[in-house]
Design a protein around this ligand. Structure first.
Ligand SMILES: Cc1cc2nc3c(=O)[nH]c(=O)nc-3n(C[C@H](O)[C@H](O)[C@H](O)COP(=O)(O)OP(=O)(O)OC[C@H]3O[C@@H](n4cnc5c(N)ncnc54)[C@H](O)[C@@H]3O)c2cc1C
Length: 270
């Protein structure tokens, strides 16, 4: 039995996105897992990152969000909503993010959840910084050992998001979330669960989507994650650049994927 947190961001409980979230809850519970849902619209989650996030400020004259975040996390003076979400993340063995693709990213309410919950000392600013070591991040950190997966309905058709598609590949579009937001604090990132042409989904399409999601959830802890290189796994030099000889034959962000041609051993899964 595992613990699974679903962070859900859709304003309509009868939406397709909400139906996927509901299906995930029933499927995972039927498999014996314990599930918690942070339904951000229902919680009326505070989206704006501002001074109100700190109950004891270290500089009343000028807000330096990072410095206040560091102080609040270290002194246990964060607001209760932020601390509660961090506890849920630490409780979880896997975290599912449920949201529709809006303007090539996540809805603002979910971005606001990340901005506020992923605090200094919790999601960044973790570990030793100095010399050639730039902290515990990209595969290491507070959230290491936990899996993450996006469940993301997308209005556009699948070809638009293919390698040569006009929108750019989905892999590239989700890179800031997958790598910059989830892998950064240590989460092991699973391939996403996209539902393309979501605005035109009919009953037959839903039946297929539901069956596919159940299959993905069955493999949540056994399917292969995206093979990002770990920052401290020997792939990068002291300036955090990929070492010569690695990433050959790839371009863009794909150079940060472990490749079969790499001279060194595939790093252990985190
Ligand atoms: C602000 C904004 C920005 C956007 N940006 C982008 C973008 O950058 N790229 C892009 O490709 N798209 C974009 N879109 C489109 C967006 O991704 C889709 O509207 C979204 O994925 C649809 O998901 P939903 O949960 O809102 O669907 P809903 O509107 O709730 O439902 C979609 C369809 O699914 C049907 N359906 C079938 N089965 C079920 C079921 N069991 N439960 C509920 N509904 C079901 C509904 O009848 C409906 O026809 C954007 C939309 C908005 C509003």
């Amino acid at each position: 039995m595992s613990h699974i947190l679903i962070v859900h961001a859709h304003p309509e409980p009868q939406s397709l996105t909400s139906a996927l979230k509901d299906l995930a809850v029933t499927t995972l519970e039927a498999r014996g897992h314990e599930v918690q849902v942070s339904d951000l619209y229902a919680m009326r989650w505070k989206t704006l990152a501002d001074r109100q996030d700190f109950t004891d400020t270290c500089d009343a004259e000028r807000l330096r969000y990072i410095a206040e975040s560091r102080h609040a996390y270290a002194t246990d003076t964060q607001t209760m909503d932020i601390a509660a979400e961090q506890q849920k993340l630490l409780w979880a063995d896997a975290v599912l993010f449920s949201f529709p693709l809006w303007w090539f990213g996540m809805p603002a309410i979910l971005k606001g959840w990340v901005d506020r919950v992923f605090a200094f000392g919790f999601a960044y600013g973790v570990g030793e910084h100095g010399g050639e070591r730039w902290g515990d991040r990209y595969g290491e950190g507070m959230l290491a050992g936990r899996r993450a997966m996006l469940m993301v309905p997308i209005g556009g058709r699948a070809p638009y998001y293919s390698e040569r598609g006009v929108n750019g590949s989905l892999e590239e579009i989700l890179w800031p979330i997958h790598h910059g937001t989830l892998f950064y604090p240590g989460l092991t990132v699973m391939p996403p669960f996209p539902v393309y042409s979501s605005d035109r989904l009919d009953e037959a399409g839903w039946q297929q989507v539901a069956a596919d999601l159940e299959q993905r959830l069955a493999g949540l802890f056994s399917d292969a994650p995206i093979a990002y290189r770990r920052q401290n796994g020997g792939h990068y030099d002291g300036e955090q650049r990929l070492k010569p000889g690695l990433g050959e034959g790839e371009g863009g962000t794909r150079i940060h994927l472990v490749q079969p041609s790499d001279p060194e051993q595939r790093p252990a899964r985190v």
